[in-house]
Design a binder for this molecule. Structure first.
Ligand SMILES: [Zn+2]
Length: 150
């Protein structure tokens, strides 16, 4: 009788097994959730920083600050496209031509910040340099255009 009651209780919709054992979820999946949510927040923060920059620059800098805090807390890497949008010395959001510049010099990407007057040099990797070299073929020091396909 008691057993039968227990079975009926388990089957009932009032006893949700997933919520009952929710605390037993693995740490790994929790960590993955945290990282996924953090990435989403980085996306929104950098999108908002770009939108708000021309209205209020200090708010854009603040969004970079928040994004960095989230990124460090979740222990994820800052995505490459975002890493080049702010100054790594003073963490201000950079817009090339307004408060910073991004140039390629001696096969390095040079990001300069006008507010703290510092540079960041990112060397182009061999793979990316090869990709650039493929576009302009250099033979014996002379530039040779790629043969045209007929
Ligand atoms: Zn700076």
């Amino acid at each position: 009788m008691v057993l039968a009651r227990g079975i009926s209780l388990l089957g009932s919709r009032y006893l949700n097994l997933r919520s009952l054992f929710g605390f037993m979820r693995s740490n790994q999946s929790k960590k993955e959730d945290v990282k996924r949510i953090a990435k989403e927040r980085l996306d929104t923060l950098f999108l908002q920083a770009r939108k708000v920059f021309h209205v209020d620059q200090s708010r854009a800098h603040r969004y970079v600050d928040l994004a960095r805090k989230i990124q460090m807390k979740a222990k994820i890497r800052m995505p490459r496209e975002y890493k080049r949008q702010y100054c790594i010395h003073c963490y201000s959001y950079l817009v090339s031509g307004v408060n910073g510049s991004i140039r390629v010099h001696n096969s390095k990407i040079v990001i300069s910040c006008f507010s703290c007057k510092k540079f960041t040099r990112i060397p182009l990797t061999l793979r990316r340099r090869k990709m650039v070299a493929k576009k302009v073929k250099v033979v014996d020091g002379k530039r040779k255009d790629r043969p045209r396909r007929r």
